[in-house]
Design a protein around this ligand. Structure first.
Ligand code: BGC
Length: 522
């Protein structure tokens, strides 16, 4: 018997269920801290002496500095590792489970951290960051998958936004810690900042060890009994409750349906082509969405704002950078409400409009009056407003949407490819930005914001034409909505039939067809 009421597929959200899902968001701290700590560490005098080479004090007051290529290698090797880690993790999560893949990610990450802490030269630091990056790739791709699969639909967006919130806290903690240890005159300056990463991996690994596996993974593996147990635990309901039975029937029916129409495997990502519900279209949407999130230019601020602020003559560059990380943290929770109230699509469209306006203002003001006192004040204010728009819209929005658009047979791989795209562009932007901005290179200075503004305009167009509204639907309903609407009409779509009832009708019809020829013959 399948559920017939399309609104009643899920149990009411209990506090325990909510807490369980919210815990998984903790992974964001690991992600944020890990990508955030390096900018502070690179600025430490002891680290420069240990990992750099002698230069005249007119170039760097410590008398030591890294070559541009070494600096770029140290920063970007992490994103390179993360890119491959995310891709590989997609296949692994279907094989050994979502939860176990994240735990394995924590272990790999810890190995990378040991190498980093032990390093006294680039020879060990770079492999350490590469290996840690692979671990972060596992965690960042599969955590989104896990959270989207276990979270109740009414709070799914808010829970995944909680992950982004944790990322922002991680970035802020990293800047606070490296600021606190920067003046130590021994290896503890960078070892403390690096070593703290263990704490996040430990808490996440142990916590996930205690949480249940995703019921959707068990369904995929054909273990219906284990799926029922897991679902009962994440919903805080008894196994035989009608809610659990209905939701399970829906997940099973959807999986059957998906399996009938498409193959799985990596090649399965291409099936259906560009048709509205085609797998390929969804994969392109996920990968582009994450690319666009990087194109907003946000990591220009989080990776290079200190040096940019110095370059345009601001005295408190370090402090202002730290303020941007705090604005980032404080603005993210707004999305917990708005993402469920106004929807993903609306947030992405208006968020990008807000960002592009700020970016063009920064570009114009910074170009027209580069050293003026009030111009600089305006510039700082608009950079902060820009971060506000990012943190309350695209920051969480991109992660929420990639957790929701993929059907179960390709979900883990689809999320993995999208996450890998985020890291790929993260890496590219990390490598090329200094060459565009630095005085001895492209020397764009504030003009670089014309580029970010233009790219953000592309984000508005992209969100308007390609991003569907997924708010308030179960992951199975999202599938149906994608089949029956276009992104621009998606917000009006309402569920009208569950997969379980559709499959029932389908099998009844099949039985009748099967019986009729015989009776005709009698
Ligand atoms: C992005 C990161 C970025 C962070 C800033 C995340 O959603 O993927 O690249 O550094 O937000 O808060």
């Amino acid at each position: 018997m399948g559920p017939s009421n399309v609104d009643r597929i899920e149990a009411p959200v209990t506090v325990k269920a909510y807490m369980m899902c919210a815990f998984a968001a903790f992974a964001g701290i690991l992600f944020g801290y890990d990508s955030g700590y390096i900018s502070g560490v690179l600025g430490m005098a002891f680290f420069k002496r240990e990992f750099g080479h002698p230069v005249p004090t007119s170039i760097d007051e410590t008398g030591f500095l890294y070559s541009t290529s070494n600096k770029s290698l140290i920063v970007s090797i992490l994103s390179a590792g993360t890119f491959f880690g995310a891709l590989f993790a997609g296949a692994l999560a279907d094989w050994i489970g979502r939860r176990v893949t994240i735990i394995v990610g924590c272990i790999i990450f810890s190995v990378g951290v040991i190498l980093q802490v032990a390093s006294t030269s680039i020879g060990l630091l770079v492999p350490g960051r590469l290996i840690a990056g692979i671990g972060v790739g596992f965690v960042s791709a599969i955590n989104i998958l896990y959270m989207s699969e276990v979270a109740p639909r009414k709070v799914r967006g808010a829970i995944v936004s909680g992950y982004q919130f944790a990322i922002t806290i991680g970035i802020m903690l990293a800047s606070v810690v490296s600021n606190a240890t920067q003046h130590r005159n021994d290896a503890s300056s960078y070892r403390i900042a690096m070593g703290i990463q263990f704490v996040w991996a430990f808490i996440l690994g142990v916590g996930l060890f205690l949480l249940p596996e995703s019921p959707r993974y068990f369904v995929k593996k054909g273990k219906v009994d284990a799926a029922t147990d897991a679902l009962a635990r994440v919903r805080g309901q008894p196994r035989d409750s009608a809610y659990i039975q209905d939701e399970l029937a829906e997940i099973l029916a959807n999986y059957e349906y998906e399996r009938e129409i498409g193959e799985v495997g990596w090649v399965g990502l291409l099936s259906g082509g560009w048709s509205p519900a085609g797998n390929f279209r969804k994969v392109v949407l996920g990968a582009l969405l994450q690319m666009m999130q990087q194109w907003t230019g946000v990591n220009f601020i989080f990776y290079y704002s200190t040096t940019y602020f110095q370059q345009i003559g601001l005295k408190n560059a370090f402090l202002i950078s730290m303020i941007t990380t705090i604005v980032n943290v404080c603005s993210t929770p707004i999305s917990f409400y708005t993402i469920e109230r106004f929807g993903r699509r609306t947030l992405l469209i208006y968020g990008a409009i807000g960002m592009l306006v700020c970016e063009f203002i920064v570009a114009i003001v910074g170009t027209a009056d580069p050293n003026g006192h009030s111009a600089q004040g305006a510039l700082i204010a608009f950079v902060c407003i820009y971060i506000f728009f990012f943190a309350s819209t695209w920051g969480p929005g991109a992660w929420v949407v990639i957790g929701e658009i993929f059907p179960l047979p390709i979900r883990s791989k689809g999320v993995a490819v999208s996450t890998a795209s985020n890291w790929f562009w993260n890496c590219i932007i990390g490598i090329i930005t200094p060459y565009m901005v630095d005085k001895d290179q492209g020397n764009l200075g504030s003009k670089v914001f014309f580029i970010w503004g233009a790219l953000c305009t592309a984000c508005v167009i992209f969100a308007y034409f390609m991003v569907p509204e997924t708010k308030g639907l179960t992951l199975e309903q999202v599938d149906k909505m994608l089949e029956e609407t276009t992104p621009r009409t998606s917000a009006k779509w309402r569920p009208h039939e569950t997969y379980a009832t559709a499959m029932e009708k389908h099998s009844e019809a099949a039985t009748v067809e099967h019986v009729e020829p015989k009776s005709a013959g009698v």
